[in-house]
Design a protein around this ligand. Structure first.
Ligand SMILES: [Zn+2]
Length: 372
């Protein structure tokens, strides 16, 4: 059982320690840094793009954020005498805290209704950082199953808590791994965004899910139906468990793309039971290790945990799932999102999903010791 201990940082931000069940510690260290109290007035703008119907968060204040600090000044390592980091204690298992340079928040509330050209709101919401381990070098794929389970419990805890904040419409845990895709801190970590609106891609997927649900009189969900088809077809399956299955989707957008789907219709990570969380811990590690073992160097990836929007229309039809993608198309080649993808949203994938699935099935899923 993961144990959560909440505290406040010097500027008033919330920080929560999540301890692996057997190693509970008191965590009474105090943040002694001379930080100015953060202000809700620092919340950025939300602007409505009338051309597309998208909201854009304008977060100019983030330009001063920490960028690839040296290891001895890492803000995610435990605090030492020489490095007063973001994490006051001298040791921890998993930690979640409010981002010091958030693109959303710290103020929370509802985004404007009936927007049109010129509609300006505040970038309400919350941005949190999740440190997966006190070890500076390493990766999620290098964690033990017990530690991965603690991270999953932390994601579930935060999903439930953030979903209850005023105005929040979507809670999104994710990890960007690798400098090639814009990581600004090396220490293994992920993030959680709580949006005051349903983001564009979630809206598209939630619309499709709701249409399918209605067309089947509420007896069948889109992701449930896709899972059944991928399972019976089998060609793109990567891993199958009792509670989850992983496959390369029929129409994969990216050179490496895996969807991990729960067999039970659950809206989010908070709704997973103990047995499901245990299996998820080992299956997720399995997938990350397969990605890393494809080549001699670690594979950059984006791990995106899609959860059901907090919206009465969409929520019943939307199912939790992971979309794990990488732009890597060879040992030394990355796919860049250029004209067709970036400007038109029209993807061209140079690999076939069937070949990618075969490659991922064949590669070793053990932890590779040569990777830092
Ligand atoms: Zn570190």
């Amino acid at each position: 059982m993961t144990i959560a201990t909440s505290t406040l940082l010097a500027d008033g931000r919330e920080l929560i320690y999540f301890d692996d069940g057997a190693t509970h510690r008191p965590h009474d260290a105090v943040d002694t840094r001379p930080l100015d109290p953060r202000s809700a007035g620092n919340t950025g703008e939300l602007r409505y793009d009338a051309l597309t119907g998208d909201w854009v968060a304008i977060a100019a204040h983030r330009q001063t954020r920490t960028y690839l600090p040296p290891a001895d000044q890492c803000p995610l390592c435990p605090t030492t005498g020489a490095n007063l980091s973001e994490i006051p204690d001298s040791d921890y298992d998993v930690v979640v805290f409010e981002n010091r340079f958030p693109s959303l928040g710290p103020a929370v509330g509802a985004s404007p209704s009936n927007p049109e050209w010129g509609t300006l709101g505040r970038a309400f919401g919350r941005c949190e950082v999740v440190a997966f381990t006190p070890e500076h070098n390493g990766s999620f794929g290098g964690l033990s199953p017990e530690r991965a389970r603690t991270v999953i419990d932390a994601w579930a805890h935060r999903t439930e808590a953030l979903s209850a904040l005023p105005g929040v419409k979507q809670v999104f845990p994710f990890e960007n791994r690798g400098q090639d895709i814009g990581v600004t801190l090396h220490h293994p970590h992920g993030q959680i965004y709580a949006y005051s609106y349903i983001p564009p891609r979630s809206t598209v997927m939630a619309d499709a899910a709701r249409r399918h649900f209605d067309a089947h009189d509420g007896t069948e969900t889109l992701l449930g139906s896709i899972l059944a088809k991928e399972t019976s077809d089998g060609e793109r399956m990567v891993a199958q468990g009792e509670h989850f299955s992983a496959f390369v989707p029929f129409a994969a957008h990216m050179p490496l793309e895996i969807h991990l789907v729960p067999h039970r219709h659950v809206p989010d990570l908070a709704a997973l039971n103990d047995a499901e969380r245990d299996e998820l811990s080992s299956m997720y590690l399995d997938l990350l290790r397969r990605l890393d073992n494809l080549y001699d160097t670690p594979t950059p990836y984006i791990a995106a945990w899609h959860q059901a929007p907090l919206d009465g229309l969409y929520r019943p039809a939307s199912r939790l799932h992971l979309q794990l993608t990488s732009p890597r198309r060879a040992a030394d080649k990355l796919k860049f999102l250029a004209g067709s993808e970036a400007a038109m949203g029209a993807f061209i994938n140079d690999t076939t999903p069937e070949q990618t699935a075969a490659m991922l099935r064949e590669v070793c899923a053990e932890k590779k010791v040569t990777h830092a």
